[in-house]
Design a protein around this ligand. Structure first.
Ligand code: UT7
Length: 345
């Protein structure tokens, strides 16, 4: 593996006087359900093949939560792992942000349900909906709360039970997604690692490319909406693919520019895990060889808001990133939404 050159970089936020305040990503943790659904299993359920799924997406298997295991359970388990690694107790947490498109229910928020499950009774809690981009949105929001001195400890979770909104009769989408959760603890600590910069974007004019039309105020649940299969995820795969490549490339370039670094200085790129071909198209254009790109979608498929959170945890646990490394996170999802971040680990 080629090592990135040890060139200097700019902390874009250093120009502001935060009076000694710093925001560190103190730890990450993740959890995936036990049940594995392989491409071979899907072959028995519908007209598809391991060959098609692997060659078009890179996905070999995905995790499926148990019937009595909900998004809040996955999120709570990931959170407890992150808390244990950080050495913090639940009563230290000031704020819980849960990024998800599969909340346990429309309200109350999944963040409130996680608060109860982990016993973080002091914490404020809310959900954030930015689809697959949600974890970067959450990290940036958590960072802002810490730098503004509003809170000292923020728990950011990306958690999804996508199997609950997958249309198992639609082979175009059902083979792509899986369940899981990842979490990060942000704190005001004088450690070296944290978010150097993050950018977030959105384009609501393309909302129709990837959506679940039913269940909201526009189309509440009725016998007709159920019959019309409106409570399932729908996607125009080809258009979403093109938009994903362009938006991720744009976001990655933006954060690299802000830090005045080249892609050669990034130790590890952790992209949203939707499709191997999207990841390759983005990283090829950035000039990052595959050895510096973290990919785990063969095991989990697309877990939306949990995707980069799980990948970051696995990258750290496997030693792919170590203290002082620069990491590039880059994401894209329904909305449309996108984002990127440079982290000094
Ligand atoms: O996380 C949010 C972002 N999500 C994404 O970024 C996903 C973006 N999109 C994609 O990853 C890809 O577009 C897909 C993987 C969804 C589809 O790949 P594709 O190369 O764009 O395939 P396609 O839609 O052009 O379909 C090609 C063929 C079609 O058959 P015909 O019409 O050419 O005869 C499909 O019916 O493949 C067929 N097909 C399948 N065949 C076997 C679609 N799904 C399957 C399947 N198994 N599961």
């Amino acid at each position: 593996m080629s090592s990135p050159s040890p060139k200097p970089f700019k902390n874009p936020r250093a120009q502001y006087d935060f009076k000694g305040r710093t925001c560190s990503i103190v730890s990450v943790g993740s959890y995936v359900p036990e049940r594995v659904l392989t491409n071979g299993d899907l072959e028995k359920m519908m007209d598809t093949s391991d060959e098609w799924i692997t060659s078009r997406t890179g996905i070999r298997e995905r995790r499926i939560a148990a019937d009595d295991e909900f998004t809040s359970d996955l999120g709570a388990k990931a959170a407890l792992r992150a808390m244990q690694k950080a050495g913090i107790t639940a009563d230290q947490i000031d704020l819980i942000i849960v990024a998800t498109i599969t909340p346990d229910m429309p309200f109350p928020s999944t963040a409130c349900l996680v608060q109860e499950k982990i016993g973080a009774h002091r914490a404020a809690a809310f959900d954030l909906e930015a689809a697959c981009s949600g974890f970067i949105y959450g990290l940036e929001i958590g960072h802002q709360f810490i730098m503004s001195r509003t809170y000292d400890t923020v728990l950011v979770i990306g958690a999804e039970k996508l199997s609950s909104i997958i249309d198992w009769s639609d082979r175009n989408t059902c083979v792509l997604f899986g369940d899981g959760a990842g979490a990060a603890i942000l704190q005001n600590r004088p450690d070296s690692h944290g978010l150097l910069t993050a950018c977030m974007g959105a384009d609501g004019s393309k909302a129709g490319l990837l959506s679940m039309p039913g269940g909201g105020s526009q189309c509440p649940a009725t016998a007709k909406s159920v019959e019309g299969r409106l409570h399932y995820l729908r996607m125009d795969g080809k258009e979403t693919f093109k938009n994903a490549v362009n938006a991720m490339l744009h976001a990655a370039k933006e954060v690299l520019k802000r830090c005045e670094i080249g892609a050669d200085q990034i130790k590890c790129v952790i992209p949203h895990q939707a499709n191997r071909r999207i990841i390759d198209a983005v990283t090829d254009r950035l000039g990052v060889e595959s050895e510096r790109v973290f990919v785990n979608l063969e095991k989990y498929g697309n877990t939306s808001a949990a995707s980069v959170a799980i990948a970051l945890d696995e990258a750290v646990e496997s030693g792919r990133v170590t203290q002082g490394d620069l990491i590039l996170l880059v994401v894209f999802g329904a909305g449309l939404t996108w984002g990127a971040a440079v982290i000094e680990w």
